[in-house]
Design a protein around this ligand. Structure first.
Ligand SMILES: [Zn+2]
Length: 104
């Protein structure tokens, strides 16, 4: 719930609205536009083109650290998701076992 109004993490990709504070969260430098690209997505069965922009810190060392941090966060999240999947599979197995036991 608390995360709801938090803007996307610094250096993260986000949709092309530029009205967010465009400064590096680590060093406070104004970030520079590294690249933009377009993506066609289907939204409510209508095709829409979204322009993505990636901003990076002008200090490449700082940028690298932010990216490492993001990677860590992502990995942690993926790990948690993975654990959830395993737990779900285990539960299904348990349920199947219990059902089989009832049949015996
Ligand atoms: Zn920076």
């Amino acid at each position: 719930m608390e995360n709801r109004i938090t803007p996307p993490a610094s250096h993260e990709f986000y949709f092309g609205s530029f009205n967010m504070t465009n400064t590096c969260t680590r060093c406070g430098s104004t970030r520079i536009l590294a690249k933009t690209w377009e993506e066609v997505v289907e939204l409510y069965s209508r095709k829409t083109t979204i322009t993505h922009s990636q901003f990076v810190c002008p200090d490449s060392k700082c940028q690298k650290q932010v990216e490492d941090q993001l990677t860590q966060i992502r990995e942690k999240r993926e790990y948690a998701e993975h654990q959830k999947e395993i737990a779900k599979a285990e539960k299904l197995k348990e349920n199947a076992k219990a059902a089989a036991a009832r049949l015996l």
